[in-house]
Ligand binder design. Structure first.
Ligand SMILES: N[C@@H](CCC[C@H](N)C(=O)O)C(=O)O
Length: 268
């Protein structure tokens, strides 16, 4: 019997979502990589596996396109909210989150941000609000962990940054023992940021929800902007609210593209 999957996206950051809450699906890094491959698979930035949870609505497991595990995914959280269709609590490797859908999107309580160098994690101690490091024209980034690790560079013009070249260089720098998501951000108003993201394990994507959260938090913390913040990504806009010390709230659209059928064994 064929297995079902859902093709979904949040601002163009796209997912294959497998609902394994009632019927177990075995997933490996190699299988996830093959499904995500746009040349011979269904194609996606992240593969999302929903599994049963004892004390929550579901466990959400996240595989990047390269097969690696991610602890959090903001855009997929909104997509999963749409799929579940009601307020729900999800367990991710990065912590518990609460999702609440509306007609064509969702609001997500993303949890608390973490700023300690060992919580990012970095290879050695330093101030994560303005790190004394640089790669070519990019320097003094902030680092924030919002379930997954992010590095944020505030620059005059994020469109001018060669992120396709610098992204992989920074992602794989030994300073980041678990690699890192790389954000380049430009302030466009007292509550507005333009953002591009090189995602760990997936490369350039049209949007990154956790990148928007981490960037907004870093900008609010350094008093560059005030909450709530409109974060404009190539795929569209997210609204991020954070009052220091509290959970980050993310609101934005999500889309169910189609439901398909396949045999997961086809991807081995
Ligand atoms: N696209 C996601 C983030 C996915 C995980 C990330 N690439 C990582 O490895 O941490 C989002 O919308 O947050």
């Amino acid at each position: 019997m064929a297995d079902h999957f859902h093709k979904m996206h949040g601002l163009g950051n796209d997912f294959v979502v497998i609902d394994a809450r009632e019927k177990a699906v075995s997933m490996t890094a190699a299988r996830a990589r093959a499904i995500a491959d746009r040349h011979n698979g269904i194609g996606c930035d992240q593969l999302i596996l929903l599994e049963p949870a004892d004390d929550a609505d579901a466990v959400m497991r996240i595989f990047n396109a390269d097969g690696s595990i991610a602890e959090a995914c903001g855009n997929a959280s909104r997509a999963v909210a749409l799929l579940i269709g009601r307020k729900a609590e999800l367990i991710t490797a990065g912590g518990r989150i609460t999702v609440e859908p509306f007609a064509d999107g969702a609001t997500v309580e993303m949890g608390l941000p973490h700023f300690g160098w060992d919580e990012i994690p970095l290879a050695y101690a330093m101030d994560t609000s303005a790190m004394p490091v640089g790669w070519e024209g990019l320097s003094d980034p902030a680092a924030v962990n919002v379930g997954n690790p992010h590095l944020i560079f505030f620059v005059d013009d994020c469109d001018a940054v060669p992120l396709d070249r610098l992204g992989p260089l920074i992602e794989n720098d030994p300073l980041f023992p678990e690699r890192i998501n790389v954000n380049v951000a430009t302030l466009t108003g007292p509550n507005a940021i333009k953002l591009r993201v090189w995602e760990r394990g997936a490369g350039l994507t049209l949007a990154c929800g956790t990148g928007a959260c981490a960037t907004a938090v870093a900008a609010i913390r350094s008093k560059r902007v005030t909450s709530p913040v409109e974060v404009s990504l190539p795929g569209g806009i997210l609204t991020i609210a954070w009052a220091g010390g509290e959970q980050i709230t993310m609101t934005g659209p999500a889309t169910h593209v189609f439901t398909g059928e396949t045999h997961w064994a086809n991807f081995d």
